[in-house]
Write a protein that binds this ligand. Structure first.
Ligand code: ADP
Length: 223
């Protein structure tokens, strides 16, 4: 079942933006931080914001943390506290525990302790921004395996008015356009599985799937 209730531990930049986005998406969020000012900033914006030390078992029990579907440890400044908070969430029976790691070793320790998902926000963002800098038309990408990815690219001027059959990405490069999003957005702007007769317009967004190599060739030669 999809998690409905989240507890976010550590309301720094990462924890608070994650918590606020979950609220925006319609979920219930308890935010915990041991610094008063961090809690005050979040009060009224989260379902509950509480000042507490997340490594204190008694307090975490009294807050009913075990009833939450998902716990996120967003303590970025102290590895020991992050590990203790993650162990406590696991021991209290939180179904899914996610933790932010500040180093590879920290990440490895969290995984060994049974944390369900370890994230490296700074490392991941660095990689993402590097890709966007070397491919100016790139909006976003998802790695679906080591060798395959999905990318979102802005249609450049040189492709304006061309049909997918003219572009012929599958035969020429080995990658396929799986969706188009017409410039300007709106409800009817998305074409899923476009046909050979669909045309591209400058400024549209095209979504491609293929091997890393085929997509890089497309980006270098066609875009
Ligand atoms: P970011 O890089 O996301 O801004 P920070 O390291 O600044 O991360 O923020 C981590 C937050 O975690 C801080 O607000 C800090 O007060 C909080 N924190 C650290 N240890 C604990 C703890 N034991 N219990 C609750 N909150 C904690």
């Amino acid at each position: 079942m999809k998690p409905q209730q989240f507890v976010v531990i550590g309301l720094g930049r990462f924890g608070s933006s994650l918590a606020l986005e979950l609220i925006e998406l319609g979920y219930e969020v308890l935010g915990i931080d041991h610094q008063e000012e961090r809690v005050e900033e979040m009060e009224g914006q989260l379902t509950h914001a509480v000042m507490a030390d997340a490594t204190d078992e008694g307090i975490m029990r009294s807050l009913g943390v075990r009833n939450f579907d998902c716990g996120i440890v967003a303590i970025g400044d102290n590895m020991e506290r992050s590990i203790l908070a993650a162990i406590l969430l696991k021991e209290l029976g939180v179904k899914q525990v996610v933790a932010k790691a500040i180093s590879i070793l920290h990440g490895r320790a969290l995984s060994r302790l049974g944390v369900d998902r370890v994230i490296f926000p700074e490392k991941d963002m660095g990689i993402r921004v590097a890709h966007q800098l070397v491919t100016p038309n790139l909006l976003d990408y998802i790695e679906i395996s080591k060798d395959y990815k999905i990318v979102e690219l802005i249609v450049p001027e040189c492709m304006d008015g061309k049909s997918l059959s003219e572009l012929n990405t599958r035969a020429k490069y080995g990658c396929s356009i799986i969706a188009l999003n017409r410039e300007g957005g709106g409800d009817n702007s998305i074409i899923v599985a476009p046909t050979a007769h669909d045309h591209l317009n400058k400024g549209d967004i095209m979504v491609l799937i293929g091997s890393n190599e085929s997509i890089e060739r497309f980006e270098d030669e066609a875009v």
